[in-house]
Design a protein around this ligand. Structure first.
Ligand code: COA
Length: 164
């Protein structure tokens, strides 16, 4: 049976750290669906539609035959069932991520016994990186080139420019 894995996230915005996880996962599973959640608990800077478009553009540019994008709202496990995914990939950057991720992984397994969460560690140089950090730098006119792909930098310029 083909191993279909979901890499879910808010991706507000997608960063080089997320891309690093995608590249690692692409070597391990038959197919990865990078899935953008609506996540009403967070107040994203980019709308769900904007995040989906941006992630699609970035993932397409990687040209990985077994990686595609998707989107969901509501419970992650319901989405996993709908697309026949049995693996959830999450990045684990530091011990501080662990408690939250452990809790969610166990809750997801209670809700859907077939699902396994697999944690991957990003490259050391990305362990400090977060989407919030990128937003803080971009919204204060800092340079985010080292942290995100070009498309994300352009999207910030467009959105911030439009608000000025
Ligand atoms: N590189 C860079 N940043 C990374 C990263 C990496 N490799 N791995 C994680 N992060 C950061 C993100 O940038 C993000 O930073 P931020 O908090 O500054 O925005 C943070 O880690 C976590 O964000 P993300 O990975 O997007 O996950 P999340 O905690 O927002 O959760 C969902 C997103 C969609 C997986 C989760 O909300 C979900 O499953 N929602 C559906 C409801 C549900 O089913 N819940 C579970 C049952 S209770």
């Amino acid at each position: 049976m083909k191993k279909l894995a979901i890499y879910p996230g808010t991706f507000d915005p997608i960063t080089n750290g997320h891309i690093d996880i995608v590249l690692r996962a692409a070597k391990l599973f038959d197919k990865i669906v990078v899935s953008i959640g609506k996540n009403p608990q967070k107040k994203p800077f980019f709308s769900h539609a904007e995040r989906c478009e941006l992630v699609r553009e970035v993932i397409d540019s990687l040209d990985l035959p077994n990686v595609e994008t998707g989107n969901f709202s509501g419970l992650l496990v319901n989405y996993a069932k709908n697309i026949d995914a049995t693996i959830i990939i999450r990045g684990l950057r530091a011990i501080s991520d662990f408690e939250h991720e452990f809790q969610i992984a166990l809750a997801n397994r209670k809700l859907y016994a077939e699902i396994e969460t697999v944690f991957l560690m990003p490259k050391e140089s990305y362990v400090y990186l977060s989407s919030s950090m990128v937003k803080t730098i971009a919204l204060n006119d800092g340079d985010i080139s080292l942290f995100v792909p070009c498309a994300v930098k352009t999207a910030f310029k467009k959105k911030i420019g439009g608000k000025k």
